[in-house]
Design a protein around this ligand. Structure first.
Ligand SMILES: Cc1c2[nH]c(c1CCC(=O)O)Cc1[nH]c(c(CCC(=O)O)c1C)Cc1[nH]c(c(CCC(=O)O)c1C)Cc1[nH]c(c(C)c1CCC(=O)O)C2
Length: 340
């Protein structure tokens, strides 16, 4: 069992810096494309055997130090009663947007084991196969709420901010319901065998710090508090979160995910006595080998004072990234961090 990732999360000494990549199971891998060729994305998410197969691909092919459950942050939104569709080239779509009290009332707080048995089954199957730790995950409530309110992906978040500022009680009501669903969902993942849990707050960075503090952070804190009983590392990743870093630390998470807009050394000084995860610009995987290795060397060097460092990208790997380039990065992290 390679537990380097878990040790780094706990701030313990490791022989080398562990690495995994957000969205490491996905379309940049021809092996994933092959599985996905025959079925839709949602069918894939609900098929435990195939979820196991695509979760294992980046471990076997790229030698990652942790696996992340193959699923999507919007699966529990569907379990809450919001019909979910994925369209190629467009991403997720919720036709029934949540913009008033009646729509909020129609959402339920599901029993995770009953409504998403395929997720828990995937976790149990993976734990039998894996020789690296398994990370479970959920979307953070603010990020999930944007999808329900906007009806899909957004650039300006007009409807979300309109609700926050003109109907704050409705907004808080939605956040509360998503939070309760997320707590049940992550607790079920931990019971099924997830060895760490990550909250993805992909859109937190569109909020002013005061609004993040009022409308988003209290719900992240509630989730983290409700998971303490499992004694597994909790990772909070607020994308585009440079201005939110101190607030993110106050969430109570054990590991703070960093996007690439921050210098990791500066971030570590601000985070203090906690492990960090990140933060290579996903697009820098396109650099020629020597430059990519040099960039990784300097990132490792900048992170040398961290209480624990898990190497990762600063956001998900892009779908057109050549897998050979990702492999160069993994090998470089393993090799260069051993030398130090
Ligand atoms: C915002 C968000 C979503 N999903 C997720 C986030 C947070 C992370 C982030 O900010 O990138 C998280 C996610 N999505 C997926 C995983 C699986 C595990 C892993 O990281 O390898 C994880 C952890 C699979 C996926 N989720 C999706 C795919 C592509 C689906 C396909 O095969 O067509 C995969 C592999 C689809 C998805 N899912 C989502 C969108 C916006 C899209 C469409 C855009 C896109 O394609 O990148 C919602």
């Amino acid at each position: 069992m390679n537990d380097t990732f878990l040790k780094a999360c706990r701030g313990e000494k490791t022989d080398y810096t562990p690495i995994w990549m957000m969205r490491q199971a996905g379309r940049y891998l021809p092996e994933y494309q092959k599985v996905r060729g025959n079925i839709t994305f949602l069918e894939l998410c609900k098929n435990p055997e195939l979820c196991v197969e695509v979760t294992l691909q980046p471990i076997d092919i790229l030698n990652m130090d942790a696996a992340i459950l193959f699923s999507d942050i919007l699966i529990p939104m569907e379990a809450m009663g919001a019909p979910l569709e994925f369209h190629d080239g467009q991403g997720p779509v919720f036709r029934e947007v949540v913009r008033d009290q009646a729509a909020l009332n129609r959402l339920i707080v599901p029993d995770a084991d009953e409504s998403m048995p395929f997720v828990m089954e995937t976790i149990r199957l993976l734990r039998k196969e894996l020789k690296v730790p398994l990370i479970g995950f959920a979307g953070a409530p603010f990020t999930c709420a944007t999808y329900l309110i906007e009806g899909g992906s957004s650039k300006v978040f007009w409807e979300t901010k309109k609700m926050m500022f003109t109907a704050p009680e409705l907004f808080h009501g939605l956040m509360d319901k998503i939070t309760r669903a997320t707590i049940g969902y992550l607790q079920a993942q931990a019971r099924a065998g997830a060895q760490a849990l990550q909250l993805f707050d992909s859109w937190a960075g569109v909020l002013a710090p005061c609004d993040f503090e009022e409308f988003a952070l209290p719900y992240v804190k509630r989730i983290i508090a409700a998971l303490q009983q499992f004694d597994i590392p909790l990772i909070y990743f607020a994308n585009n979160g440079a201005t939110l870093l101190e607030l993110s630390v106050s969430s109570g998470a054990d590991v703070i995910g960093l996007d690439w807009r921050l210098n990791i050394g500066d971030a570590i000084a601000r985070v203090g006595n906690k492990a960090v995860q990140g933060n290579l610009d996903p697009f820098s995987l396109l650099l020629p080998e020597e430059k990519l290795r040099a960039r990784i060397a300097s990132l490792l060097d900048d992170a040398k004072d961290a209480k624990g460092h898990i190497f990762n990208l600063g956001h998900g790997i892009h779908q057109f990234t050549p897998p050979e380039q990702a492999k160069i990065a993994v090998d470089a992290v393993h090799e260069l961090s051993r030398k130090r």
